[in-house]
Write a protein that binds this ligand. Structure first.
Ligand SMILES: [Zn+2]
Ligand SMILES: [Zn+2]
Length: 380
């Protein structure tokens, strides 16, 4: 998930009042240092290079920089040591981010700051990359979708089943009942928007009105911020839910759980919860789509003389597998229809046998074996 928790000034290592020249010089120096050509295969450098590019794209453009500075002043990037502008609405820490971005800000979070996110997406010209971000722009009043990575066992993934989850969600702060003010203190008119709850930007001759970032569109800000939510009126909590996982999900599979996302502001409908699965490896089974692979040891006698072995299936049953005489180590047998069932399809189970060569023979066993070797004429 893309975050813009980084401060562009820090990214370029320039002071806030740096002039164009300083910014350009800093950019050139860093871009050279982190250029992919100079750091082949280094992902960190590549990321840094991108960051530097983003920072420069904004700071080198007067218009964009002005808007960025404005956002930055409102604390949209969770910086400045969590310090509060007097009377300011809670920045960073109060407006919850995604499950992964500890205090980080995503574009959609910016969206929550009153549609400035749109503005920023445009500035960065970075849309939703390869559908990786499941949060939708969000209709007015509806809650945000929450994306959550979930690790599940091989068995649950293969056969389906129920799992319990702790979902991080945003709820109205119980201490201040959403007002953002410490109980017993007052709210005052927002100095930024004069209490209207919206601010206007000039854009190509039009004045575009946006919810005020300072008061989050409420028009009022607390005298003394509530200590629990730090003035935001919302707190981050975990909600425990049970989810039924369908059979056949794999690493990267997504599952939508309707209505379990973030609560909509002002009683609006909640967003959805999007689960992204990561399947833990199994000590016995490996998986290839709906097919299942496993390796079973057999002894020398079973391999030479043939045998019947019991093999466990993914469904928890056992099948009898016939090993013909003279089976070589590494031979793979297919057990039809014992793979994973996903919708209409059911895969097969592949059993590879590994012949175990006996170790630590007793004197007598050793003599027997040598006699066998003699008779089979294997002494070359
Ligand atoms: Zn509160
Ligand atoms: Zn305001």
């Amino acid at each position: 998930m893309s975050t813009t928790s980084k401060d562009f000034y820090r990214v370029l290592g320039v002071p806030e009042d740096a002039d164009k020249d300083q910014i350009r010089k800093a950019y050139r120096k860093l871009a050279k240092q982190y250029h992919p050509d100079a750091n082949p295969g280094d992902e960190k450098a590549q990321e840094r290079f991108q960051e530097i590019g983003e920072a420069y794209a904004v700071l080198s453009d007067e218009e964009k920089r002005k808007k960025y500075d404005q956002m930055r002043r409102f604390g949209a990037f969770g910086m400045g040591g969590r310090g509060r502008r007097p009377g300011g609405a809670g920045p960073g820490g109060s407006r919850p981010g995604q499950g992964d971005a500890a205090g980080g800000f995503t574009f959609d979070d910016l969206g929550g700051l009153g549609g400035l996110g749109d503005l920023f997406s445009t500035i960065f010209d970075r849309g939703r990359r390869d559908g990786g971000d499941a949060r939708r722009p969000g209709r007015a009043g509806s809650g945000q979708d929450v994306e959550l990575q979930v690790e599940i066992s091989f068995q649950i993934a293969a056969r389906g089943g129920k799992i319990s989850l702790n979902v991080p969600v945003t709820e109205e702060c119980a201490t201040c009942r959403g007002s953002g003010a410490r109980p017993g203190t007052n709210l005052q008119t927002c100095g930024e928007c004069g209490g209207v709850g919206t601010v206007s930007f000039g854009q190509g001759g039009f004045a575009v009105s946006r919810p005020c970032p300072a008061c989050m569109g409420k028009g009022r800000v607390p005298d003394v911020p509530c200590e629990v939510c730090r003035g935001a009126g919302m707190v981050r909590q975990t909600r425990r839910i049970e989810v039924k996982v369908p059979a056949g999900v794999d690493t990267g599979s997504r599952l939508k759980v309707s209505g379990q996302g973030e609560r909509g502001p002002g009683g609006g409908p909640p967003g959805d919860l999007i689960l992204v699965f990561k399947v833990k490896p199994h000590h016995f089974f490996r998986r290839d789509g709906v097919d299942v692979h496993c390796t079973v040891p057999i002894n020398l006698a079973q391999a030479v003389l043939g045998s019947r072995i019991r093999v466990r299936t993914v469904e928890g049953k056992h099948v009898i597998l016939r090993i013909p005489p003279g089976t070589q180590s590494g031979t793979r047998f297919r057990v039809r229809g014992q793979g994973i069932t996903k919708g209409e399809r059911t895969g097969d189970q592949y059993v590879e046998v590994r012949v175990e060569v006996p170790k630590d023979l007793s004197e007598e066993e050793r003599r027997e074996f040598e006699r066998f070797v003699e008779s089979a004429d294997m002494r070359h």
